[in-house]
Design a protein around this ligand. Structure first.
Ligand SMILES: NC(=O)c1ccc[n+]([C@@H]2O[C@H](COP(=O)([O-])OP(=O)(O)OC[C@H]3O[C@@H](n4cnc5c(N)ncnc54)[C@H](O)[C@@H]3O)[C@@H](O)[C@H]2O)c1
Ligand SMILES: O=C(O)[C@H](O)COP(=O)(O)O
Length: 385
């Protein structure tokens, strides 16, 4: 199997690719892709590509539907970089609470002054600020990162409010009981001193922090460590001028926000820690290998989770297909016609797409793959032995 890395991937992950694998020089040779933030929307994907693993959380750089249509399974690594982001969000709040960066710059600029120790005692009032203890923090999106940020903020003495209409059980169970859940994000916009967004960028969340939301804020610090396009930046500029937003702290600057007054920007550093890079790489490679070698799917963002464990029978056939009637029945009929017994099977669906796995007592005959691949609704068939 040839794996193409579209971004540098941590060595500890690549080291798991044993003898059966090599790193591809070119994308068109690849059986699978490992990627971080490289933009894939305009890439021509090879016909034989089987999978893409995003070593990270956000998948807005990957054409998920186009991949599904071609029978390419896309994975991500939920939670693997969440702590790295949480720590930077805490730093972001502290950087907005006092002018730490301004103060540090002042020291650099005055480093030649022999009387700097005396001068700073006069200058320091320019960089003073407030404490975060006792302030209200609103967290929009209580997933892997949002929960860690909310819990850490309660430990720092903040009064924390969280909003997530799709909060899942795992994240709900790990959320501190001190976090107040609200249904309407307006409660957060209107009442919180700090507001932090941790939702994926999708068509539904694009510009979710819009003019209406920004106008409700009362001198808040808005933190965006998720994606720039979640915020309406024209409205943001007005909100900073009017004072409804006091500071915008972002990990996703662009030509517009990088030059804006009141913005504290970092160059997409959230997941750039040794630990997060290692965690993501290890998880992404594990997911890829389990899919390539056993056909099992875990943490896909365009196909359902589905597993039959390790290969134990004569052959395993996997079928990525549209979620529509008769695909499974026409496949099992094909097995019957070929005299192949299905020893075990599993089938799962997710939205428009579905996946089925069949363990066979005997190897399928020559030509079986071509016949299965031609069945209506089938996107890709693989035979694993
Ligand atoms: N700065 C960085 O380096 C960095 C690192 C990792 C992730 N991210 C970004 O942060 C995002 C979140 O990451 P995560 O690991 O917490 O993902 P996650 O999938 O664990 O959590 C996302 C949460 O957002 C919630 N959500 C979706 N739509 C919502 C809405 N309209 N209102 C409120 N909540 C909503 C979901 O229910 C889910 O709980 C990623 O999609 C990515 O864009 C950035
Ligand atoms: O969505 C993510 O996981 C982050 O934005 C991290 O992206 P990166 O892997 O390019 O640092």
């Amino acid at each position: 199997m040839k794996i193409k890395c579209l971004n540098p991937i941590a060595r500890v992950g690549l080291d798991q690719l044993d003898a059966g694998y090599e790193i591809a020089e070119e994308l068109d040779q690849a059986d699978a892709v490992l990627v971080r933030s490289a933009a894939m929307h305009d890439l021509k994907l090879p016909e034989d590509l089987l999978a893409v693993a995003r070593a990270g959380a956000g998948v807005n750089n990957i054409p998920l539907d186009a991949c599904a249509e071609k029978g390419v399974v896309v994975f991500n690594t939920p939670g693997a970089n969440a702590n790295g982001v949480k720590e930077l969000v805490l730093a972001g709040m502290l950087l907005a609470a006092r002018d730490i960066a301004g103060g540090m710059n002042w020291v650099k600029e005055n480093s030649g002054d022999e009387n700097i120790s005396k001068a700073m005692e006069k200058a320091k009032k320019n960089f003073a600020g407030t404490e975060i203890q006792g302030k209200k923090l609103g967290v929009i999106g209580l997933g892997a990162i949002g929960v860690l940020v909310a819990n850490a903020a309660t430990s720092l003495g903040m009064d924390v409010y969280g909003c997530d209409p799709y909060l899942n059980v795992e994240h709900a169970l790990s959320l501190s009981r001190h976090v107040h859940l609200v249904k309407d994000p307006s409660e957060i916009y209107q009442n919180c001193n700090y507001i932090t967004i941790h939702v994926p960028l999708t068509e539904g969340t694009r510009k979710m922090v819009n003019q209406e939301a920004l106008a409700q804020m009362k001198g808040a610090v808005l933190l965006n460590f998720a994606r720039d396009l979640l915020v309406d930046e024209e409205a943001l500029e007005e909100a900073i001028v009017s004072g409804s937003v006091r500071r915008y702290v972002t990990d996703f600057p662009n030509p517009r926000t990088a030059a804006m007054e009141g913005v504290i920007a970092m160059p997409h550093l959230g997941a750039s820690t040794e630990e997060s890079e290692d965690n993501c790489a290890v998880m992404a490679v594990r997911e890829l290998k389990d899919y390539l070698e056993n056909g099992n799917i875990e943490n896909s963002v365009n196909f359902p989770s589905c597993s039959l464990g390790g290969l134990r029978k004569a052959a395993r056939i996997t079928v990525l297909h549209r979620n529509m009637p008769n695909v499974i029945s026409s496949f099992t009929s094909l097995c019957g016609q070929a005299g192949v017994n299905i020893a075990d099977m599993i089938s799962k669906s997710r939205g428009e797409y579905a996946y089925a796995m069949f363990d066979l007592d005997t190897e399928p005959p020559v030509g079986f793959l071509t016949r299965a691949q031609a069945l209506e609704g089938v996107l890709r068939v693989r035979i694993l032995q």
